[in-house]
Write a protein that binds this ligand. Structure first.
Ligand code: UD1
Length: 365
């Protein structure tokens, strides 16, 4: 048996195609949801859109500080591993639950496969960077989405034999669901026209947990909304902070609750550009050829800048505004799709997992 773990929205999207492959290849999979994201519109709706099975185990962890969240998953996952004795634990991405489950498994000498290994922002102030580095260093099979990630892992002295360049499972989900995304009626529902609006998604602590940064962001979005329709689906963290710091947003901004997978990607596929601080959205826009302006100082996904449509602007709103004016005048850089972002990453992953499980059984015999 293997255990696969999900916790948050981006995890669901990355893990869905792998779970499907485990089933098709008749590999017994005990599927765990830690409950880090728990609202219907942050979790259940993604399970439905991505056609994921109900988890075998829902941990129902409580929201809390980083230490509380990480510790609660660590303790609960250790118990589960001791009871089930899996041959492999599969984790994805860089969220707190990813690190907790990897750490619990490592201490029990259970092998770990990490989907999306090797990405580095080299910015330790980001919780995700800490989670990524530590998870990679206790993992046995490291699945990389881009070549930079392989170099990062080698530079950290991770054995070459452990690293596999498989491409991007998030793009597998996007390709698999392209018809549903196209058919979705989100544009009609929110009375939008193709190329006539932009989407903003902001949730990073560095942008929303500081009153001043959030105020600056609010002013920028208000100014932008005089030039272009701004659609702003609000993450629960951002919503709380907008209320806490009493930020007033222009009536022109179309505020929405978090969207389903199909709705969100339908809106992204048809918009003029995206403003974001998310990791995954930098990749999805690159694949879709939609200009992306990233409100962060750095990215752990450099291929979205080198090959794709992404621009890193930090908190330089002047630069962001200039870029937006170019994009609206149809002046923007040409785009390509990074290597192996071809919808076949989960097939590559399953082949490697099967080989690993076969050699594991031979060792036991
Ligand atoms: C987490 C990840 C981040 C990822 C993001 C995707 C970590 C360190 N961060 O950030 O890397 O990009 O998920 O969205 O793991 N909340 C709800 N309902 C929910 C989920 C969260 O109200 O369904 C609230 C929580 O109670 C908390 C806040 O939103 O107050 C933030 O949630 P949390 O899971 O701590 O981190 P994210 O900001 O979502």
């Amino acid at each position: 048996m293997v255990i696969s773990v999900v916790a948050t929205r981006p995890n669901f999207i990355k893990m869905a195609p792998v779970i499907e492959q485990l089933k098709l290849n008749k590999i017994e999979n005990y599927f765990v949801h830690t409950g880090q994201h728990y609202d219907d519109n942050m979790s259940d709706i993604f399970f439905k859109d991505l056609n994921m099975p109900a988890p075998n185990h829902f941990m129902n962890i409580r929201p809390g500080s980083h230490a509380e969240q990480t510790a609660e998953v660590l303790i609960k996952f250790e118990k589960l591993c001791m009871e089930l004795k899996p041959k492999l634990v599969i984790v994805a991405g860089d969220v707190n639950s990813t690190l907790s489950c990897a750490l619990a498994a490592a201490k029990l000498n259970i092998p770990i496969a990490h989907i999306e290994a090797g990405l580095r922002s080299f910015d330790k102030r980001m919780p995700e960077e800490v989670n990524r580095v530590l998870t990679d260093h206790v993992s046995d099979i490291l699945f990389a989405t881009e070549r930079n990630a392989i170099e990062n892992l080698k530079n950290e002295n991770i054995l070459k034999q452990k690293i596999h360049f498989v491409g991007n499972c998030m793009i597998d989900s996007l390709i698999k669901n392209k018809l549903e995304i196209k058919k979705n009626n989100a544009m009609k529902k929110y009375r939008l026209e193709k190329d006539d609006y932009c989407i903003a998604t902001i949730h990073r602590p560095s942008n929303v947990d500081s009153g001043q940064n959030l105020k600056d962001l609010g002013s920028f979005l208000n100014k932008l909304s005089n030039k272009c329709k701004v659609v702003f689906p609000i993450h629960p963290r951002t919503k709380k902070m907008i209320e806490k710091f009493s930020i007033s947003l222009s009536k022109n901004i179309i505020l929405l609750n978090p969207l389903s997978y199909f709705e969100f990607l339908n809106l992204v596929s048809n918009c003029k550009f995206v403003l974001t601080d998310s990791g995954g959205i930098q990749e999805e826009t690159t694949f879709l050829g939609i200009p992306c302006i990233t409100l962060r100082e750095n990215t752990e996904r450099p291929s979205t800048v080198d090959v794709g449509t992404n621009h890193i602007v930090g908190l330089n709103y002047k630069r962001a505004f200039e870029l937006i004016m170019d994009i609206m005048a149809n002046i923007h850089k040409s785009k390509n799709i990074p290597e192996k972002w071809d919808g076949k990453s989960s097939l590559r992953i399953i082949k490697i997992i099967k080989n690993f499980l076969n050699s594991y059984d031979e060792e036991i015999e």
